[in-house]
Design a protein around this ligand. Structure first.
Ligand code: PGA
Length: 261
């Protein structure tokens, strides 16, 4: 059993939404709606598009907000001839704390393999940030009963050959692909069962202490109305929220899930 309960991490993945003006407004509105007590109970990261990051950083720092800045992706090299790519070192310079790696949209639409994802995880750590590594099965894989095979093979690829310190500090986001942006959520019980299998896999690869430490998020149509039930599951330590994080009011209610039990 964990010695100390893992502090939950609620992450807002804005995807390709909100230009930098809208981003500033959204973060400001959100900051009025969350309290000091909220930040004592949960960590909150915000992952705007790259073009917004500098603006959001400025607002967070000048108003002393406790949101942690996040990114949605990065390249695995530090610099070089990679037209259109963004270096993890540049993100770290903007005080980015968390980088989403291997989101299913990146894997499915932009051909990211487990190998590329592993390189990105290493690059994020090298730059001093924390990866949020996404794993999840398609509807077809779920219907064929292959959920755990798929998810655990992605987890194995993400943790292979890493130090226990790295594995213990990473965040793994279980996001069933069929639940992303569809309004369908895995039942809390189903999500718990996959997240618990993920934790067991981490224990097998890296030991009990690391398994206790690693934070596992659930993502896929998380809303204010289902956040409390999802967050109550013992192996779910946070949520990766897409659509519902675009609306400050809805997102603030997710951050305050503990008040809406
Ligand atoms: P959703 O997206 O909350 O809109 O389903 C989640 C995600 O893709 O991270």
């Amino acid at each position: 059993m964990p010695v100390e309960k893992r502090k939950p991490l609620i992450s807002g993945n804005w995807k390709m939404h909100h230009n930098h003006f809208e981003a500033i407004q959204c973060v400001q509105k959100l900051s009025y709606m969350v309290s000091k007590e909220d930040f004592e109970s949960v960590d909150v990261s915000i992952h705007p598009p790259f073009t917004d990051i500098r603006s959001v950083q400025t607002v967070i720092e000048s108003d002393d907000m406790r949101f942690i800045l996040g990114a949605q992706n990065c390249h695995f090299e530090e610099m070089g001839a990679f037209t259109g790519e963004v270096s993890p070192a540049f993100l770290a310079k903007l005080s980015v704390g968390y980088v989403i790696v291997g989101h299913s949209e990146r894997r499915e639409l932009f051909g990211e393999t487990d190998e590329v994802v592993a390189k990105k995880i290493s690059a994020v750590f090298t730059a001093g940030m924390t990866p949020i590594v996404c794993v999840g099965e398609t509807l077809e894989e779920r219907e064929q009963g292959c959920t755990e095979d798929k998810v655990l093979s992605q987890v194995r690829a993400a943790v292979a050959k890493r130090s226990p310190e790295q594995v213990g500090s990473m965040v793994i986001a279980y996001e069933p692909i069929w639940a992303i942006g569809t309004g369908k959520t895995a039942t809390a019980g189903d999500a718990q069962s996959v997240c618990s299998a993920i934790r067991r896999e981490v224990i097998v690869s890296s030991g009990n202490d690391v398994g206790d430490k690693v934070r596992i998020q659930y993502g896929g149509s998380v809303k204010a109305g289902n956040a409390a039930e999802i967050m109550a599951q013992p192996d779910i330590d946070g949520a990766l929220v897409g659509g519902a994080s675009l609306d400050p009011e809805e997102f603030s209610r997710i951050i305050q899930y503990r008040l809406h039990n």
